[in-house]
Design a protein around this ligand. Structure first.
Ligand code: AP5
Length: 227
């Protein structure tokens, strides 16, 4: 499968809370390819207090998108690294038409095939609960949910015992702003990829393992037919 993924970009697409990060973690392990989350890269820059982090912090915490210029720059830099040679998963990028045009040009320049875009569909009323219940391990990055997928010990990671953290943008006001930004700026990408025949939809409102099984099957099938 690594050979088939050589030129391929997988894009995990969907609203905040659809499960892009959760699914990307599972599929990254299944195919041995990197999971690239622009949100995670930006949060790391905020944690480290780099110039990029300082520029992005306020917009992220209020739930607004960071500028196309900043995000496209960090994505391009990350995709140039050697571990992307055998394929990669993009989680949270692109999320505007400008970013999608940028990515299309970049993939062409790198000699890669068209991306496979997986739209994880979840009804909006479920998203609010998922986001407000999310906790993340600061050490291993494992994502939990206090309502749907709690750790064995309250607020503690099952894997390394670290105290779980709540994201700064998982407060109700910021969540609503993120959902609005998705509707206005990101949802139009569904048509962008649909007309290019690059979009596949999965039902994300099922247990994470069931969704992962379908995503892995879908990716395997599509890569096999396009080989
Ligand atoms: P980013 O980190 O990308 O956040 P997001 O898109 O808002 O998505 P989330 O991480 O909130 O949700 P997810 O779909 O990954 O769901 P998850 O798997 O965690 O971006 C954050 C910010 O950075 C943006 O607001 C913006 O400011 C900036 N940014 C990033 N990229 C940018 C870009 N390209 N352009 C401009 N700005 C950018 O799951 C959520 C919860 O649900 C978890 O608790 C999980 O356990 C639970 N869950 C998952 N799946 C299931 C399931 N099947 N059943 C039950 N519970 C589930």
């Amino acid at each position: 499968m690594r050979r088939l993924l050589k030129a391929q970009a997988l894009i995990f697409f969907g609203p905040p809370g659809a499960g892009k990060g959760t699914q990307a973690q599972a599929v990254s392990v299944a195919f041995g390819i990197p999971h690239i989350s622009t949100g995670e890269m930006l949060r790391e820059a905020v944690r480290l207090g780099t110039p990029l982090g300082l520029a992005a912090k306020e917009r992220m915490e209020s739930g607004e998108l960071v500028s196309d210029e900043i995000v496209s720059g960090i994505a391009a830099e990350r995709l140039a690294r050697p571990d992307c040679q055998t394929g990669f998963i993009l989680d949270g990028f692109p999320r505007t038409i400008g970013q999608a045009d940028f990515l299309e040009r970049l993939l062409r320049e790198q000699g890669r095939g068209a991306p496979l875009v997986i739209y994880i569909h979840v009804e909006s009323w479920v998203l609010l609960k998922r986001l407000s219940g999310r906790r993340t391990c600061p050490i291993c990055g494992r994502i939990y949910n206090m309502y749907f997928d709690p750790p064995k010990v309250d607020e503690v990671c099952d894997i390394d015992g670290a105290a779980l953290v709540t994201r700064a943008d998982d407060k109700e006001v910021a969540i609503r702003q993120r959902l609005d930004a998705y509707e206005v700026l990101t949802r139009p990408l569904l048509d962008y990829y649909r007309v290019r025949h690059q979009l596949w939809e999965v039902d994300g409102d099922r247990a994470p393992a069931e969704v992962a099984r379908d995503v892995i099957e879908l990716v395997s099938r599509e890569l096999a037919t396009s080989a």
